[in-house]
Design a protein around this ligand. Structure first.
Ligand code: NAG
Ligand code: NAG
Ligand code: NAG
Ligand code: NAG
Ligand code: NAG
Length: 398
C-alpha cells in the first residue's frame, strides 16, 4: 500500500516536472516552424469528440495552446455539412471560425525583429469570406474569395515587426453570415523570423534570388500566396513588395521547378499580380537588368510571358519552351534617371493549369540582377565558364 502511494507521488512529481519543462520551453524564444498546436491536431482534454464536431469549442482551453472568442469549432476531414465535404488542408483536423469569432496565441518574440506568419485557409460557403490576421497594432485582411488552387484551400504569408517581447497573433473572421456554420477554415499556422539578406556587391537587387522568405512546410505542395503588401519594411519577401490587388506565389524546389536555389516566384493573375523593388542606382549610368524566366513544372498552359520594368524601360519577354531547359535568361538595358529605380514584373497572360483548368499559375522569375552595364560584362564572361573566362581575361591582359 505504502509502495503504491510512493509510486504515485513520484509519478505526480514527474508529471509536474515535465509540465515545468514544457513551461520552460514555452517561455523560450520562438522557433521557426509550426506554432504550438499550429496544425490543430493536438487532442483537446476530452478528445476531439468533446469539442463536438459541428458543435461548440467555447471556453479558454478548449483548443490546446489557443485562446478563442466566439464560435470556434474543430472540424475533421471528411466531415460533411449540407451537401459539402469540409476541406481540411493538412492532417485530420482544422478549426472553423464562426461569425466574428477569433482565435489567438501568444508568442515570445524578439522585439524589433521581423516575423512572417504562414497559414492555410479554406472558405466554406460564404462567397465573401475573409480573415483578419493581426499582431496588434499591425493587421491585414486576407481575402479568401479568390481560390488560387483547385484543392479548395491555399497557404498565405503575412509579416509583422514585433513591437514587444510577447505578442498576440490573432485570426478573426470578419464575416457576418446568416448561416453561422459558414466561416473560414484555418490550419497549419507557422512562423519564421526573417532576416534581410546582405546586398551583394555586383547586384543592386536585394533578395533577387528569393531565397529569403516565409516559412514553407517541406511537404506542403501548393506554394505560399503572398498577398498585396505595399510596405517594404514588413514584407514576407524581404526587399520586395506585392503592389497589385492579387497575390503572387512563393514556390520551392521540392514541389516546383525553380531556376536557381530553393525558392522562386510564380507570377499569377496577369497584370493583377505585380512584384517590385526600388533599387539603388546612379543617375545617368547605363544598367542592365537580367533575370531567369521559366516554368514551374506545374502543367501551366502556355504561352508564358512577363512584362519587365526597369525605370522608364519596359519589355515583354516570352518564355520559349526548350526541352533541355526549364528556364532562360532575359535582359533589359536602361539608363538610370534617379538614385532609386523601380524594377517590376508581372505576367502578361492569365494562365491556368492544363490538368485541372482552374488552378492559377504563370511564369517563374528568379535570380534578378541589376548591375552597371560595364561591370556586367565581367559577369557574362564568368557565366560562360571559368576556363573560357580566364582565356579571355588572359587575352585582354595581353
Ligand atoms: C470577444 O469578442 C467581442 C466582440 O466580438 C469583444 O467585444 C470582446 O472584447 C472579446 N473578448 C475578448 C476576451 O477578447
Ligand atoms: C483586424 O484586426 C485588428 C486587431 O484585432 C483590428 O485592429 C483591425 O481593425 C481589424 N481590421 C478590420 C478590417 O476589421
Ligand atoms: C507533413 O509533415 C508533417 C510533419 O512532418 C506530418 O505530420 C504530416 O502528416 C505530413 N503531411 C503529409 C500530407 O504528408
Ligand atoms: C537538347 O540537347 C540535345 C543533346 O544534348 C541536343 O541534341 C538538342 O539539340 C537539344 N535541344 C534543344 C531544343 O536545344
Ligand atoms: C543589352 O546590352 C548588351 C550589351 O551591353 C547586349 O548584349 C544585350 O543584347 C542588350 N539587351 C537587350 C535586350 O537589348
Amino acid at each position: 500500500m505504502a509502495m503504491r502511494i510512493v509510486w504515485s507521488s513520484t509519478r505526480t512529481k514527474w508529471v509536474s516536472l515535465s509540465g515545468l519543462l514544457l513551461l520552460h520551453l514555452a517561455a523560450g524564444q520562438l522557433q521557426d516552424g509550426l506554432l504550438n498546436n499550429g496544425d490543430f491536431e493536438t487532442p483537446p482534454a476530452g478528445g476531439f469528440s468533446n469539442l463536438g464536431l459541428g458543435g461548440r469549442g467555447d471556453g479558454p482551453t478548449a483548443i490546446p495552446s489557443w485562446k478563442t472568442n466566439g464560435t470556434v469549432e474543430a472540424v475533421e476531414s471528411g466531415q460533411k455539412q449540407g451537401g459539402m465535404i469540409l476541406i481540411v488542408p493538412q492532417g485530420r483536423h482544422a478549426v472553423r471560425l464562426g461569425n466574428d469569432a477569433e482565435i489567438s496565441q501568444d508568442m515570445k518574440v524578439e522585439k524589433g525583429s521581423l516575423y512572417s506568419i504562414t497559414f492555410s485557409a479554406a472558405r466554406t460557403c460564404a462567397q465573401l469570406e475573409s480573415l483578419n490576421v493581426s499582431v496588434p497594432p499591425a493587421s491585414q485582411t486576407i481575402d479568401l474569395q479568390t481560390l488560387y488552387s483547385v484543392q479548395g484551400w491555399d497557404s498565405y504569408a503575412w509579416a509583422f515587426q514585433a513591437q514587444d517581447d510577447v505578442v498576440s497573433l490573432l485570426f478573426r473572421n470578419l464575416g457576418m453570415e446568416d448561416d453561422p456554420t459558414c466561416g473560414p477554415i484555418l490550419d497549419d499556422v507557422a512562423v519564421k523570423k526573417l532576416f534581410t539578406p546582405d546586398k551583394p556587391k555586383d547586384n543592386a537587387v536585394l533578395n533577387g534570388d528569393f531565397e529569403e522568405g516565409p516559412w514553407m512546410f517541406r511537404n506542403e505542395s501548393l506554394g505560399i500566396l503572398l498577398p498585396t503588401n505595399l510596405d517594404e519594411e514588413t514584407s514576407s519577401l524581404p526587399g520586395w513588395i506585392v503592389e497589385s490587388n492579387r497575390a503572387v506565389r512563393y514556390i520551392d524546389s521540392y514541389h516546383f521547378t525553380v531556376p536557381q536555389g530553393k525558392r522562386a516566384i510564380e507570377l499569377l493573375s496577369g497584370k493583377e499580380g505585380i512584384i517590385s523593388q526600388m533599387v539603388e542606382t546612379t543617375p545617368n549610368k547605363p544598367y542592365r537588368l537580367t533575370f531567369s524566366l521559366g516554368h514551374a513544372g506545374d502543367s501551366c498552359k502556355q504561352p508564358l510571358a512577363v512584362m519587365a520594368f526597369a525605370g522608364d524601360q519596359a519589355q515583354n519577354i516570352h518564355y520559349t519552351p526548350n526541352a533541355n531547359a526549364t528556364f532562360q535568361t532575359a535582359d533589359l538595358n536602361f539608363t538610370a534617371k534617379a538614385d532609386r529605380t523601380r524594377v517590376a514584373f508581372y505576367s502578361i497572360y492569365y494562365n491556368t493549369r492544363s490538368d485541372d483548368m482552374s488552378s492559377l499559375c504563370g511564369p517563374v522569375v528568379d535570380d534578378i540582377r541589376v548591375a552597371l552595364s560595364g561591370s556586367n560584362r565581367i559577369n557574362v564572361i564568368g557565366r560562360l565558364g571559368l576556363g573560357f573566362g580566364w582565356f579571355v581575361f588572359v587575352l585582354v591582359l595581353v
